[in-house]
Design a protein. Structure first.
Ligand SMILES: *Cc1c(COP(=O)(O)O)cnc(C)c1O
Length: 428
């Protein structure tokens, strides 16, 4: 067993002054038991804890670090940006540079607004969709997580699912009332709701690949059917690509599945490890955003030079030749290894992957929505998680979170991971 004495001591201190000892719930390891490890350093594919242990990391700050930890070019650019000042609350050339990179990658967007988190992006996009359509209701899918804004914490995934609180106390019923939820991949359910009350529906918001209940893929034709239905009834289709953006493909799930949403939300990768989100869409929709139009949305630190710099450097590296080929080859190598390890260990699992995001479910059933994801054996997952951590592999501390690949991972990292997985599966 690895020594975690210092981490345990710090967790005790943290719990006394920070709710649950953490600044975001899933970090607390509640779903898997045990104590979280406190990290002091990351470099490439690895992170290092306060007790001197190292781990091959597939959490990657929950998705953003597609280049791995502390990429030298990103850090160098950040240092030089920091020396010039961290924020001005005035426009800078860097905002135009990142906006151009984003718009080029996502042709469905004519204009984009930078914010500070994915939560801000989805919350603002929904406000704009409501302002644009002058309708109040929204449709979301069960298990999709769109940040923690009121009205979106209804049948949400991520921590909300892990802890079994689909509806959080503190969210007024009057907010949740305007949120209609239906099962992912269920086009008939969507048709029924839209036929009944399309006049009140402002938008459909969706994770095109659901990363917040693991990794649930859209069935063939599902996204196209959602697109066709929303278009027919003048409902704004919002793709929440905060996780899938630059991960399923450079141009996100919309590039991979060839769907043109009306609005898109981004975050995670476009901040290169700093707090960034973005939302954008068609010109006629985005032109109602303040100060061009009447829908208010603002941010003191939005578009700050440090976050823009980290995003720009990250996207520039992703644009280099062969990057996505390498990411695909690493991800498929891990996929083959993990599937094979499960087979050899005789453990029933289902593995799903979309580009650089993936999930192994401890179930023998096909997973295509929230209910089928719930068939996974979470006790078995917890034992697997502990086994992996003890063998120096960091995966998300919940069955219902995606794993992520980075450019910094090596074939040798993956071999070690697969060996650790086999050993951990045998004992799960
Ligand atoms: C992470 C995530 C969010 C929320 O982003 P934060 O930066 O954590 O606020 C929203 N939507 C999706 C799909 C996400 O994965």
């Amino acid at each position: 067993m690895k020594n975690h004495r210092k981490s345990e001591k710090l967790f005790k201190q943290a719990k006394a002054i920070i709710p649950g000892g953490v600044n975001s719930p899933v970090r607390a390891f509640k779903a898997v038991g045990g104590n979280p490890v406190f990290i002091v350093k990351g470099k490439g594919s690895k992170i290092y804890d306060v007790d001197g242990n190292s781990y091959i990391d597939y959490v990657l700050s929950w998705g953003p670090l597609i280049l791995g930890h502390a990429h030298p070019k990103v850090i160098k650019a950040l240092k030089s940006a920091a020396e010039k000042g961290t924020s001005f609350g005035a426009p800078t050339p860097l905002e135009i540079e990142l906006a151009n990179l984003v718009l080029k990658a996502y042709p469905s967007m004519d204009k984009v607004r930078m914010v500070n988190s994915g939560t801000e992006a989805t919350m603002s996009a929904i406000r704009v969709a409501r302002g644009f359509t002058k309708r109040d209701a929204i449709i979301k899918f069960e298990g999709c997580y769109h940040g923690h804004a009121d009205g979106l914490l209804v049948k949400a995934g991520s921590g909300a699912m892990t802890f079994g609180i689909p509806d959080s106390p503190g969210v007024p019923e009057s907010y949740a009332k305007n949120t209609i939820t239906i099962p992912f991949n269920d086009i008939d359910a969507l048709k029924t709701v839209i036929n009944r009350q399309w006049k009140s529906i402002a938008c459909v918001i969706i994770e095109p690949v659901v990363g917040n209940i693991g990794c649930v893929l859209p069935k063939p034709g599902f996204l196209a059917a959602v697109r066709a239905l929303t278009k027919k009834y003048g409902i704004v289709l919002i793709f929440d690509e905060v996780m899938t953006g630059f991960r399923v493909a450079y141009g996100g799930a919309q590039e991979h599945y060839r769907i043109k949403p009306d609005m898109t939300c981004l975050g995670k990768v476009i901040g290169g490890g700093l707090p960034v989100g973005a939302y954008g869409g068609k010109k006629e929709i985005m032109s109602i955003v303040s100060p061009e139009g009447p829908v208010y949305q603002a941010g003191t630190l939005s578009g700050n030079p440090l976050a823009m710099t980290a995003g720009i450097e990250t996207l520039k590296i992703l644009l280099e030749k062969g990057t996505y080929k390498k990411l695909e080859s690493l991800s498929s190598m891990l996929e083959r290894g993990l599937k094979d390890a499960a087979k050899r260990a005789g453990v029933a699992t289902r593995f799903y992957r979309a580009g650089t995001m993936f999930c192994t479910y401890f179930t023998n059933k096909e997973v295509y929505d929230y209910a089928t994801a719930k068939t996974a054996d979470t006790a078995k997952f917890s034992r697997f998680f502990s086994g992996m951590l003890d063998r120096g592999v960091n995966i998300a501390p919940s069955q219902f979170e995606a794993g992520f690949m980075s450019l910094a991972h090596s074939a040798s990292d993956i071999e070690k991971t697969v060996r650790a997985a086999y050993e951990s599966l045998k004992r799960a």
